[in-house]
Design a protein around this ligand. Sequence first.
Ligand SMILES: Nc1ncnc2c1ncn2[C@@H]1O[C@H](COP(=O)(O)OP(=O)(O)OP(=O)(O)O)[C@@H](O)[C@H]1O
Length: 651
Amino acid sequence: MINFNLGLTFDSLKTIFRMVLDIFIVWMLLYYAIKIVRTNSRTIQIFKGIALILVVNGVAKFLGLDTVIWLSDQFLNWGFLAIIVVFQPEIRSVLEKLGKSNVFSRISTLTGNEKEKLVDELVTATMLLSRDQTGALISLEQGHSLTDFIKTGTPINSVVTAELLTSIFVTSTPLHDGAVIIQGDRIACASAYFPPTNLDLPSRYGARHRAAIGISEITDAVTIVVSEETGAVSITEGGKILTVNRKQLREYLFRVICGEETEVRNVKPTPQRQLIIEKEAPQDVPAQEYIVEEKAKEQPQETKRDSKFDTAILSKLAIKRHAEAEADSEETTVGEIEIHGPVVEEKTVVQPTAKVKEKKKFGLFKSKKKEVNPQSKEDIEAQTYQALDEEEASIKLPKKKERPAPSYPTQEVVTEQEFMAPIEETIVEDIMAPSEEKAVVDSGKIEEIIKKEMDNANAIHKSQQFTSIKEEKSTPYSGYEHVRVMGDKVPSAQSKVVSEGITSEMTGDEIRKARLEAIKSGKTWNQAKIQQTAPQPVVKDSMTHPIHETNLEDIIKPIEQPKKADSRPKFAMDFNDKSETANINGLTGEIKKINLAELHTTQHKNIEDLIQVDDNLEDQFAMLDTMSIEKPKVTEVLDIKPANKQAGGGK
Ligand SMILES: Nc1ncnc2c1ncn2[C@@H]1O[C@H](COP(=O)(O)OP(=O)(O)OP(=O)(O)O)[C@@H](O)[C@H]1O
């Protein structure tokens, strides 16, 4: 008997449980359905259509209209499929949200005092960042987990403090880029990335605001944005952006973090907090300036004033003081985004408790200001402004790193000779200039070389040694003539020539440098030498050796081993009769056939008339040298060109 009764009881409990669960599920479905319908104007229209079909179906059944009944039944029977298709995005987002929602958000696990502290820290940090015009993006996790976004940032996992928040966003620090995500009362990470919104926003909203709106579209997070450009503070939630002042921010955060009826508010507030609550209570009158004026008129009439009252006046006068500066606070609507205004202008540092807290936090809390009983409105204002100035001056953010101004090469006075240099070369020199110390040493050496070289060249010129060279060239060798000039040492063929006038210590390198120097000083090699004996006017067109100019007549042959160089005549010959392109470490030149007949008919006055070094290549090698960059180890073989080459000017 007892067992039977128990069984009944168990069955009935099961039935009751089943009913409750059934109702709960239906209730949940209805709740979300209504939520979707209410938040989406498109769904409202569709639900109106469905309701109309239901009504038509009912009326048709009542009147016995068979065809209409059949038609409306078809609609209703197949309608659910249509609903699934039409509402596919909404259904998906609901399911996603369900999957990611926490039953209890971390904030809800905080105690009243912790919530209150969190609000204070957030407000303080935000307003300090705003005052300093430091851009910031701070997201508060709600029911929807932000773990996916935390993974994109740098984990921090530290208690939220205004100091830490303001430090994170200082632009010279590595973590300032991106968003801070707060879970409960902890900073979970910094530098997180949020998918930006695709909405068409006014141009004043850049990437940061887009990111803030973006995250609010896909999660229920509340995000605070501080504009680097204007210092304006905005909140984004549910795809909307709202520009707020300090008071509105505090209210908003209280609502989000502490809920409507919070533990904090249920706890008997301290006198200071009571003052904030009273002062920050929503005002019916929309224009804050109006309130200021009205109250300002009333207040001086008060005969008794305590410190609380004075503080309230500080706030109100501060509002007035900054009202003019904040002109662009009108309400605008951008697509689905509502930007509310006018922003209630209340300057940031006038909350008594927050003020004291801020000062304490930054170690700047000073002894209380003298409490005077002002005689007139002017006295109050003067006192107020002074207090505000003191307070503003006392709170300091970590210093913003001065961003270096973009540096450009300083404009130098250009002499006529320098001006003749081709632009390309000047630029390359500017960019690639070696250290000054090195340059001085090099140029000193080069001058010496030039002098020596000029003396030697003149000696050669006088001695007419090249007659014999010409004779030697009429050997069976034909085609190209090459001489090695780019190696570390002058190869034997050249050494022979060198021995006829030029000092044997002279290396190909030195010759090259000397030649480069001559080019740079606006002369050709020959002119440099002529100038030694009889100074010549600078020929403007002679400086035709831009670094990028490819002189196709200059010839470079790919690396090859010297073939019995010592036994060859003064200039090594090459039988290569094909043109080809050499590429040595990116330096290219072309091998070109030289007519031997031409070689013989020309008059060779000195060594430079015979040796055509590719100036382009030469410059680049010299540049590598001066920059201490290793030049190609190879010895390039350059063609000899007859004396009537253009650049040399010799005939
Ligand atoms: N998708 C994103 N996720 C997180 N942070 C972002 C994202 N996009 C930009 N930011 C942050 O915003 C900064 C760039 O802001 P930008 O100047 O473009 O924004 P803004 O909306 O014009 O704001 P401001 O008024 O501060 O200039 C970046 O340095 C970065 O810190």
